[in-house]
Design a protein around this ligand. Structure first.
Ligand code: F6P
Length: 335
């Protein structure tokens, strides 16, 4: 193996730079050259790349975003796009391609495999943590901390004014960030997509919960963590509807892309570093068509299709403790 290419695709995630660094350093250790494609799969189509020297990855492990830039690329999903990308990889004599991204990127990897015979490996990089086969994805731990820091701040002002806040967090269609942030912040309520697969949250019961909190605790702060895409009209509309039902002022906060940025926490840097090194070794060993993940502190190789075929489950213990928190009346009666 002489030449490995690496790219970052889809939503960027803190720790992607740490993964690029690990790929570069591990490859150089084995005298393998590294090409970095820029702007995700767009770079593959446009042959937009740079040779990555070790000096290019100095001082990047602490930086959020991705030095290779990222993109979502529709043109790549066509047969013509797949063929063009394959031709470009062949022209550059690339032996293996490492794709850092989410499930959309892994679908892209499978698409590319129809046209190109080189080795294709994936590293899970998304704040959403919605990739089956790995306990965590690169960026997830940082996103929880970022959301949590903001929610803690909102709690301070909510306490001061004894107000109700609805805080919308990212996750696309998964509730991992929402559940973790809710548990860690002691939120009174959490709305996650996994809990409302067939129906919308019931407004009367949400309003009733807020009123119960005020009945038991007196006028008090109340935090509801709401996953994005769960309520048509978003958290602004939900806050409005709850205000109409309860007569209590409900303030919406959308955390948004703040959750995607920032310096990766150590857990993300460590995960990204391990996965990057393992991917290079796996490519050298001739492995292909797999995502490298971590499960029970072991590196695992997961066929691309398995990363999206099965939905990843939320942690049952975190769900349980959040439901205990939710049961205000029962908790208030406990000795
Ligand atoms: O997949 C990461 C993510 O940040 C999701 O949580 C969110 O739904 C989506 O990307 C936002 O995408 P965009 O940055 O393209 O608006």
């Amino acid at each position: 193996m002489k030449r490995i290419a690496v790219l970052t695709s889809g939503g960027d995630a803190p720790g992607m730079n740490a993964a690029i660094r690990a790929v570069v350093l591990a490859s150089h250790y084995f005298d393998v050259q590294v090409i970095g494609y820029r702007h995700g799969f767009n770079g593959l189509l446009e042959q937009e790349y740079q040779i990555l020297q070790s000096s290019d990855v100095n001082n990047i492990i602490q930086r959020g975003g991705t030095i290779l830039k990222s993109a979502r690329c529709q043109a790549f999903t066509t047969d013509e796009g797949g063929r063009q990308a394959a031709d470009n990889l062949t022209a550059l004599k690339i032996d293996a391609l490492i794709i850092i991204g989410g499930d959309g990127s892994f679908r892209g990897a499978v698409h590319l495999g129809r046209f190109w015979s080189g080795k294709i490996l994936g590293l899970p990089g998304t704040i959403d943590n919605d990739i089956n086969g790995t306990d965590a994805t690169i960026g997830y731990y940082t996103a929880i901390d970022t959301a949590l820091e903001s929610i803690d701040r909102v709690r301070d002002t909510a306490d001061a004014f004894e107000r109700i806040f609805l805080i919308e967090v990212m996750g696309r269609h998964a509730g991992f960030i929402g559940l973790s942030a809710a548990v860690c912040s002691g939120a009174e309520q959490v709305l996650l997509p996994e809990l409302f697969t067939d129906n919308l949250p019931d407004l009367d019961s949400l309003a009733g919960h807020i009123q119960t909190a005020q009945k038991i605790r007196g006028k008090c702060s109340y935090i509801m963590v709401v996953s994005e895409n769960i309520w048509p009209g978003g958290v602004m509309d939900l806050a409005d509807q709850l205000h109409q039902r309860t007569g209590i002022d409900c303030r919406p906060v959308i955390l948004g892309h703040v959750q995607r940025g920032g310096s990766p926490v150590s857990l993300d840097r460590i995960l990204a570093s391990k996965l990057g090194v393992y991917a290079v070794e796996a490519a050298r060993a001739g492995k292909t068509g797999i995502m490298i993940g971590e499960h029970n502190q072991q590196m695992v190789e997961v066929p691309f299709q398995d990363t999206w075929n099965q939905a990843k489950a939320l942690d049952p213990y975190l769900l349980h403790i959040q439901q205990e928190t939710f049961d205000l009346e029962k908790n208030s009666n406990n000795p």
